[in-house]
Design a protein around this ligand. Sequence first.
Ligand code: SF4
Length: 474
Amino acid sequence: MLTGGLAPPPGGLLSTGALKYARSRVPGTFLVSDRAGTYGSGQRAPTFPYPEDLLQFIWEQQLFDRRDLRATDGRPVEVLRAGRIQHHGGPDLIDARIRIAGQEWAGAVEVHVRAGEWYAHGHQHDPAYDGVVLHVVHQEDRPVRTSAGRLLPTVELGPRIPEERLAAYRRLMSARSWVPCAGELHRTDRHRNTIWLERLAVERLERRSLDIAIHLRELAGDADELLHHLLLRALGLGVNGEAFAQLARRIPWRLLARYRDDDLRLEALLLGQAGLLGDTFQEELPRRWQAEHAHLARLHGLEPMPKATWKFARMRPLNLPTVRLAQYAALVRRSEGSLVRLLNEEGTDRLEQQLKVLPSAYWLDHHVPGRPSVPSPKPLGSQSAQRLIVNALVPAAFALGRSQGREALCERAFGWLEQLPAERNSVLEGWASLGLAAQSAAQGQALLELRARYCTPRRCLSCSIGNQLLGRSL
Ligand code: SF4
């Protein structure tokens, strides 16, 4: 018979003997077990100097000695399904199926280092924990009951956890290397890692699409405005990303789109709003930009940002914000008033072609306004176009696809990531040196996510690679 864990009868199916056993426990004493390797009467088990997460993981993966598993009242316990760790409110693992002394239970499993934490966390008053069918602890220091008064069967893992598992965990948590598992990555399975990276790439898109959905709401659902913000930020290359994002907030897309066929006004708006036209110029064009910007700022009530927001030092000339703004002006010119139409392209080749623009003639021999330089064309090149696709168009398409229920748009966005090569940056070079070289932009994004969201906060228990290392440590 299968007993649903959500509404077990008060008192559960525990035997009278078990209840008696539980009542006979003296506070402050600890479980006495006759299994080999456990502790003597009244002796406190060695402290478990690890987080509860590790215990949950050990239970979920069944990484302990499962032979002759018994509840602390002596009844045999058979794990038909350990349950799944969940991170929302309520018990630690759900969907478990446990057979206790021949009686099958379905429901949740709650894990604690010490059983008494059940009371410390107030679960005895919380009906959300009435569906718990098994209490898994490192050490049972007292019996526990649900809010319905049911005495919970308890399994004590402490004596069953092999030292090798704990040693593997300690290695990961204490390693000082660039990623904690650097020295052990070679022991993991390439195929499983590829699947894990696919999941991480989607996870990164999902995470970013939540932020973008909020951004889109702030922009009253205007997708062109959203792309304007994301493209400008991506042009900033990290160093000036925040400055470009600020600039986007100072020039609405509709204004740029209105002046898209007028080079003079377009560049005057971008450079002027960026606060980059404050100098005294000898050249004719920068002076006309100044006059035009002053006029447009009055007309549209615009406030330029401070010049000091921008960083120019130690930048390659082609990455200077002035050059990037000239390229963006060319992109606006080519847009025909709509950036969203970029999202209609299926292949990245055509998308790249749309983005590879050439700034106006003035920029052939200038990197900054008013200062002539050796003539050199300054197109937005292939690498920059790919960066815009990866960091602006892909997340935007994915987020719009999610918010509009257009699954095909999400798939197109992911397809772009798979078609493009990985970005070049120090994090991906680090992974490559460990034998995990990104084969595509999708894998590149996944590896960035892995390092930032898992390795740095040492979430190895939630990582497929960590699971392999801990699962194999025996
Ligand atoms: S999170 Fe995963 S990849 Fe990162 S250090 Fe831990 S086990 Fe290695």
